[in-house]
Design a protein around this ligand. Structure first.
Ligand SMILES: [Zn+2]
Length: 238
């Protein structure tokens, strides 16, 4: 590859998702991208072809995707900048954390380098985005899905893996936020309940799959992507 291609908005979205899989240690496959972005396999496959052609990724015969060095650097920058903007929007502008992901998506495509430098200094040394993802990539703290924790476990919310806006609204509505400490008070086949200083929060099991916590005692770490990663409201609503 010789010239650096211009990354389109759509390519950036896909690179972010691929990087999230990479960061989480999950298999980088078209199927996982499709699941994470709730898109059809042919749509994803077409974009993977474009990303490969533009030199961001390579695809092996077994369909495993890997970043090229160039693609990984680009993806890191995109992801880091997105998280930094989110932090800026919540802490400096006052945008609620459940609305900030979509706003950041739009803003990041419109920022000049000069404005970006102001944003960076406003954010200072904040470690994560408002959903717990590290601004400096590579600083991801290991955790476990809330769905795996046992009754009585002391939990602390580390990260919301899925930043789909309607899912973030749901999490906020039930009283969860990153950094919240509580105790896993009840669980059954369908729901998990955490009690904390402000009361209690109950989420469906599929939502609990997307909430990463540190827990004591801790279940073993997961290595597979949950079946339902990104969920439309009708799939997790009550
Ligand atoms: Zn975020």
């Amino acid at each position: 590859m010789t010239a650096k291609p211009h990354t389109t908005d759509a390519e950036e979205e896909y690179l972010q998702t691929l990087f999230w899989l990479f960061e989480a240690g999950l298999p980088m496959t078209g199927a996982n991208v499709a699941r994470a972005m709730q898109l059809s396999a042919p749509t994803v496959s077409e974009m993977m072809g474009r990303l490969e052609r533009d030199g961001y990724i390579s695809r092996a015969a077994d369909k495993m995707i890997s970043f090229t060095e160039f693609g990984r650097t680009e993806a890191e920058q995109i992801v880091s900048r997105h998280r930094m903007i989110e932090r800026f929007l919540t802490d400096t502008v006052g945008v609620p954390w459940d609305e900030v992901h979509e706003e950041a998506e739009k803003l990041e495509h419109a920022m000049t380098p000069r404005f970006e430098a102001y944003v960076r200094s406003a954010v200072g040394d904040a470690a994560t985005c408002p959903h717990g993802h590290p601004i400096q990539v590579g600083r991801r703290v290991e955790g476990v899905p809330l769905a795996d924790c046992a009754i009585g476990a002391q939990v602390r919310v580390l990260r919301f893996e899925n930043e789909a806006e309607d899912l973030l609204h749901y999490l906020k509505d039930v009283g969860l936020h990153v950094g919240l400490k509580g105790e896993l008070a009840a669980r059954d086949a369908d729901t998990v309940t955490v009690t904390h200083s402000k009361g209690s929060s109950t989420v469906t099991m599929s939502v609990a799959e997307t909430v990463t916590v540190t827990a004591d005692p801790s279940p073993p770490p997961r290595t597979a992507l949950p079946e339902q990663l990104v969920l439309a409201r009708h799939r997790y609503g009550r």
